[in-house]
Write a protein that binds this ligand. Structure first.
Ligand SMILES: [Zn+2]
Length: 141
């Protein structure tokens, strides 16, 4: 009997349910790097919750109901947050978002085959930042 640990299960889930098999090398690399930092990876299928990093629980959660390329982009982005480290209230949140994306793109540049998708990834980044700005403007209830 093959027994899979939590890390192997989440890798299999992101590849199977996320249809990211074209990027399986990246899924495995990033997952290993996240676990090496003492964090775990989880998946989320709830539209009200975006991909995020939970610093208290040391969990990166990836929202799965999106295009495979953008699941990968979210993994890079959340890994970018992890590399950036916890910033608390020391920086404007948009500034943190941009810094995490910069680190994400730096990491993406290490994968040659991703370069053909770079325009889509840049557009996705812009949409994410635009959504972020819109949400910041929402009056709190
Ligand atoms: Zn972010």
């Amino acid at each position: 009997m093959i027994s899979m640990n939590q890390k192997d299960r989440v890798i299999a889930e992101i590849i199977d349910f996320g249809k990211t098999s074209d990027y399986s090398e990246i899924v495995i690399d990033l997952t290993n790097r996240i676990y090496n930092e003492g964090f775990t990876l989880a998946t989320n299928y709830d539209f009200s919750t975006p991909s995020l990093i939970n610093w208290d629980k040391k969990v990166i959660s990836i929202f799965m109901k999106k295009k495979p390329l953008f699941i990968i982009a979210d993994m890079f982005h959340e890994y970018g947050h992890l590399l950036l480290g916890y910033k608390g209230n020391t920086l404007d949140t948009i500034e943190i978002e941009l810094s995490a994306w910069n680190l994400a793109f730096k990491e993406m540049s290490k994968y040659d085959f991703l370069q053909e998708y770079i325009n889509d990834l840049m557009k996705y980044q812009e949409e994410c930042i635009e959504n972020y700005r819109r949400n910041l403007k929402k009056p709190s209830t």
